[in-house]
Ligand binder design. Structure first.
Ligand code: HEC
Length: 110
């Protein structure tokens, strides 16, 4: 009985996209080194002070981008102002999904 309850609980959690093993989009943003070129001021994510790259703040993405577009853009299937994203995403499909879903929730900086 316990096992059945635990099973249905983990099943419903995974249907919600919140299974305990699902990748964490915000953590991926840092671990995939997106912070080499991006900050997210509204999420308190800063680019390293010693980077020589131009830093593009991604605050406010939720107002202009949907998760599907973000995913396609990182896969270089979509362009921004006629240009593909300069960095290739290195990771699996579940990570790309989690990262795109999280980015689609980024609020504007206060
Ligand atoms: C080598 C530098 C570099 C790296 C690394 C990088 N980006 Fe970018 N990114 C850019 C540039 C340049 C743009 C274009 C900005 C523009 O034209 O507005 C951009 C644009 C974006 C946009 C579109 C923003 C918008 O206004 O819609 C998203 C989303 C994005 N990057 C996410 C990521 C993610 C996620 C990662 C990590 C997997 C990443 N970037 C890594 C340089 C980089």
């Amino acid at each position: 009985m316990m096992t059945l309850t635990a099973m249905s609980l983990s099943l419903s959690l995974s249907l919600l996209g919140a299974s305990p093993g699902a990748p964490d989009g915000k953590a991926l943003f840092t671990s995939k080194r997106c912070t080499m070129c991006h900050s997210v001021v509204s999420e308190d994510i800063k680019a390293p002070a010693d980077t020589k790259m131009t830093i593009v703040d991604l605050s406010g993405l939720s107002a202009k981008r949907k998760a599907d577009w973000l995913k396609a853009y990182l896969e270089k299937k979509e362009k921004l102002d006629g240009k593909a994203h300069p960095a290739r995403f290195k990771g699996d499909a579940a990570e790309l999904e989690a990262l795109s879903n999280w980015m689609a929730t980024i609020k504007p900086a206060p």
